[in-house]
Ligand binder design. Structure first.
Ligand code: GLY
Length: 311
């Protein structure tokens, strides 16, 4: 049973552009599913789908990633395959077009799990990844506004994160992720993000941390979105996979994993998941988490995760 599910980030998504986002998510799910139909494995399907989302400036990943406190773009990405428990991840990479492809290179070309910063970028150039500036004019403008307020003392981003996010819901917009299962039953999970606006330089979120931002086993795969610190503290993706292994559906597992976040760290979060039968699930505690999924027997992707008043 082939299946794929993608998300465009858990958050308020105020200012919406949901139709555009759903169009790109549908395209990403279709491209990933096409890869599966042509015999590509679930890792390649995740790569195709996530590249599509990274290349859209609507999402906080690749092109359109948000900026650090000092105005740089430090991106994180990861991939995990469930049959072998292999993982590849990169943290704090700049000037790379598709961090997900770099994470896959770490998994397939090295003996390591996670490369960071300058070392990861040196590895990128060795692997033939060209210099690319992912910072868009819109993100630069948003950063200038936020930074000005920050310097005026109106907000400090990390000890008052809740009030900051309430005022600037776009801070959370758009980490991207994908979980897929191929015809051989191999499940893969991948994720890519610019992190969170005004994060301290060097801050690494959940995305490249196995168990937190991604996890995959022979039985289940999941990927998370939201405030990385809370996701790391609850091991959100691995938690969702464990719930699926205990016998509940991916939908109920995703909901139970988000309940855990609500009952413990109480941060904004969302998770998507797939089981070994190709059933999909998703849950979030934010206003929205646009998703698209497709599986055998479907002609086109289905979407969800958008507030009804926005459609
Ligand atoms: N979930 C994205 C981050 O916190 O970096």
């Amino acid at each position: 049973m082939k299946a794929i599910i993608v998300h465009g980030g858990a958050g308020r998504h105020r200012g919406g552009r949901f139709r555009e986002k759903l169009d790109v998510l549908r395209e990403a799910a279709s491209r990933g599913f096409e890869t599966l139909k042509k015999g590509g494995d679930s890792v390649r399907a995740c790569e195709e789908a996530i590249k599509c989302l990274e290349d859209s400036p609507l999402f906080n990943a690749g092109t359109g990633s948000v900026l650090t406190l000092d105005g740089r773009c430090e991106m994180d990405a990861s991939i995990m395959r469930g049959d072998t428990y292999e993982i590849g991840a990169v943290a704090g990479v700049e000037r790379v077009k598709n961090p997900i492809s770099l994470a896959i290179k770490v998994m397939e070309e090295t003996d390591h799990v996670l490369l960071m910063g300058e070392g990861a970028m040196k590895f990128a150039r060795l692997m033939g990844f060209e210099e690319y500036d992912p910072i868009t004019e819109e993100r630069r403008r948003q950063w200038e506004e936020l930074k000005k307020e920050f310097l005026e003392g109106k907000e400090t981003p990390w000890n008052r994160i809740r009030s900051l996010i309430k005022r600037y819901p776009e801070l959370l917009a758009g980490t991207v992720g994908c979980v897929a299962i191929d015809d051989r039953g191999v499940i893969a999970a991948g994720s890519s993000t610019g992190g969170v606006f005004l994060k301290l330089f060097g801050r690494v979120g959940d995305t490249p941390i196995p168990g937190a931002g991604i996890y995959a086993t022979p039985h289940a795969g999941a990927t998370a979105t939201g405030i990385g610190e809370g996701i790391i503290r609850t091991g959100l993706s691995r938690t969702a996979c464990s719930f699926i292994r205990s016998g509940i559906s991916p939908m109920k597992a995703a909901e139970a994993a988000i309940d855990l976040v609500d009952n413990t760290v109480k941060t904004s979060a969302g998770v998507i998941a797939i089981d070994a039968q190709g059933n999909v699930g998703f849950a979030y505690n934010t206003r929205a988490m646009p998703i698209a999924f497709m599986k055998d027997g479907m002609d086109s992707p289905e979407t969800g995760g958008v507030p009804p008043d926005e459609m």
